[in-house]
Design a protein around this ligand. Structure first.
Ligand code: FE2
Length: 398
């Protein structure tokens, strides 16, 4: 044993979180929302980081690397080209602020841990968002080789990526870039149906089975499926890329402005107000969205299966929280064994970034399979006191 600690952090995005690996094996992982009592908490995961170190029985100085699941420098030329070509109104300010926040993470780590800024800077690694998602599933899966796919909103200008796991190495073979995103498609219709909060998509997935999918033809116009697993949104229905959508990823609940244009109301009828009852039309739109999403996700996965020839799949990214679609992968594609990171959203990228950083050298064998998601503090019914202390292996909960 080397006795090396690597901390992973998801910061200034939704569901911020921290995780810690001891010689490559997770010993703690927890979301900040559990401490702050604010769902999907954005900002810096101060309390989650402190709890991970407490569970590890470690001091900040013992941490060899702080791996952050964003890389502001990734795909810079694509971002610059997009800005030049499209000159979006409004979004630039929010994005630039977030970019600066992520870039200033070593200072935030120093402030949270008491490390001096030079040490924090030297020990910070920026891991691109989608490789962090991919690592969160693939590097803790039971597979030696597999296809790997991440389907998401956006992170570091990418919405979807796929590739391969070979031992402890990850390869990226394809990506779909901003502004095209299946997560954005689901978000737009979720907002249209009167569910405006960050993370409300699960309500629409839950509403879908109550409705008849009689808007499939209309919703298919929002996304066209392309060769080689690609897809494109009809951007005339979306404003995230042009008009500017207000987003906050500061301390507190993340907020995101309206991402659909009035053209969606021309297609589907009036959007539902938050206080309006849910009727059969809303249920039908939810059912149709779920069907269109499933078709698009299976289109991506079918390509990934053909391209890799693999029958084993590792899946992560926010859209991998769509358990209804996940349940159809074996039915609708040749994949036979599917491993999905339980924290498939951005929460899991803390663990993924740490795993990615640990395995970056290719020198460490994989010797851990994630079989449960209970990596935060435990509480006894009798004492209501946290039970974890010391660097012990976490108990498996029944
Ligand atoms: Fe993500």
């Amino acid at each position: 044993m080397n006795d090396t600690l690597v901390v992973g952090l998801n910061a200034y995005h939704g569901d911020v979180s921290a995780a810690v690996l001891h010689d490559g094996r997770p010993i703690a992982a927890v979301e900040e929302e559990r401490f702050r009592r604010i769902k999907h908490y954005a900002g810096f995961p101060r309390d989650a980081l402190a709890e991970c170190l407490r569970i590890a029985g470690a001091r900040p100085a013992d941490v060899e690397l702080f791996a952050v699941s964003r890389n502001p420098r990734a795909h810079m030329w694509r971002k610059a080209l997009f800005l030049l070509r499209h000159r979006p109104r409004g979004t630039v300010g929010d994005r630039a602020r977030n970019f600066a926040k992520v870039g200033a993470l070593p200072a935030a780590i120093a402030a949270a841990t008491g490390l001096d800024q030079r040490t924090a800077r030297a020990r910070t690694r920026f891991v691109e968002h989608h490789p962090a998602h991919a690592a969160s599933a693939a590097l803790v899966s039971p597979f030696e080789t597999a296809a790997v796919c991440t389907i998401d909103g956006f992170g570091d200008f990418v919405s979807t990526s796929w590739g391969r796991l070979e031992g402890s190495r990850l390869f990226t073979d394809g990506r779909v870039f901003f502004p095209h995103s299946l997560g954005l498609l689901y978000l737009a219709v979720t907002q249209f149906l009167g569910f405006p909060k960050y993370g409300d998509e699960f309500k629409v997935m839950g509403l879908a089975p109550y409705g008849e999918p009689r808007y499939v033809r209309e919703l298919r116009t929002l996304v066209s499926l392309k060769d080689a697993g690609g897809f494109e949104l009809d951007l005339s229905y979306f404003r995230h890329w042009s008009d500017g959508v207000a987003m906050t990823w500061e301390d507190g609940e993340p907020t995101i402005g309206t991402v659909f244009t009035p053209k969606l109301e021309a297609l589907l009828g009036p959007a539902r107000r938050v206080d309006e009852p849910v009727d059969a039309r809303h249920e039908a739109i939810a059912a149709s969205l779920q069907a269109v999403y499933e078709d698009a996700a299976m289109h991506v996965l079918t390509h990934v299966q053909r391209a890799t020839g693999a029958t084993q799949l590792c899946l992560a990214g926010g859209c991998a929280m769509n358990s209804v679609a996940n349940g159809k992968i074996r039915e609708r594609t040749p994949f036979r064994d599917v491993f999905i990171q339980p924290a498939a959203g951005d929460n899991g990228t803390a663990l993924g970034a740490a795993l990615y950083a640990w395995h970056a050298s290719g020198a460490h064998p994989r010797d851990f399979v994630m079989e449960h998601g209970y990596w935060g503090p435990a509480f006894s019914d009798a004492t209501r006191q946290p039970e974890h202390s010391g660097r012990s292996a976490p108990r498996r909960h029944a």
